[in-house]
Design a protein around this ligand. Structure first.
Ligand code: AMP
Length: 220
């Protein structure tokens, strides 16, 4: 059975970090809508330029556009054996559409819970690779990406205090209702995302193994 996981949680809760680890461990792709949009922005396409303007202000892109992007991405052959979704769904409408795409296939929903103060501190200090989007180890003084050697930078939407605050407000308004949407499902669980990344990864892997009968292909 294909493992399909949705990572929920506010900005800087560790969705990207945990999604990468989980995807690597299970041999399935991590699909990050934020990464897709940042790549589009770098390419200078019409979508990319529009996305960049919204992302830099901490606003969400429209549901119809995001649903189209994700539908197309999930139809690619590498997603046939499962995937980890990072950053989608972000609204109840996106979640309803994802359910329609999956029909009756089971979906594991992970919520990473982190207090706002910690999120703001993480956003302020977070550095990401400008080439492959890998998030640098918190507190690391390295200037280049451990994965690809690219230059580490601060995301535009992390560098402005008002935008950081606004993203938390947008999360609370648009995305927190997803918890109520999914909470009743037996495949929903919440993890304390304020713990060290290794501990979060361990709890996540254990819970997922309890929920699905797929054997992990590879362990990190
Ligand atoms: P992330 O890297 O997940 O923090 O996403 C960065 C930005 O991309 C967000 O602040 C939004 O502007 C945009 N974005 C990413 N995913 C979505 C989505 N599912 N719906 C709407 N906007 C999104």
């Amino acid at each position: 059975m294909a493992l399909k996981v949705v990572m929920l949680g506010p900005p800087a809760s560790g969705k990207g970090t945990q999604a990468v680890r989980l995807a690597k461990a299970r041999g399935i792709p991590k699909i990050s809508t934020g990464d897709i949009l940042r790549e589009a922005a770098q390419s200078g396409s019409e979508l990319g330029l529009r996305a960049k303007a919204l992302m830099d202000r901490g606003e969400l892109l429209g549901d119809a556009e995001m649903i189209g992007i994700v539908k197309e991405r999930l139809a690619r052959p590498d997603a046939a054996d499962g995937y980890i979704l990072d950053g989608f769904p972000r609204t109840v409408r996106q979640a309803e559409e994802l359910d329609r795409m999956l029909e009756r296939e089971p979906l594991v929903i992970v919520d990473l819970a982190v207090p706002d103060g910690e999120l703001l501190a993480r956003m302020q200090t977070r550095r990401v690779c400008g080439s492959c989007s890998t998030i640098a180890e918190p507190g690391s003084s390295k200037e280049s990406c451990e994965r690809c050697g690219g230059t580490l930078t601060t995301r535009a939407d992390d560098s402005d205090e008002l935008v950081r605050q606004h993203r938390l407000e947008v999360y609370a308004r648009e995305s927190r209702p997803l918890l109520d949407y999914y909470r009743g499902r037996p495949t929903f669980f919440s993890v304390n995302g304020a713990q060290a990344p290794d501990q979060v990864a361990k709890e996540l892997a254990t819970k997922i193994d309890q929920m699905v009968t797929v054997a992990p292909r590879k362990r990190t």
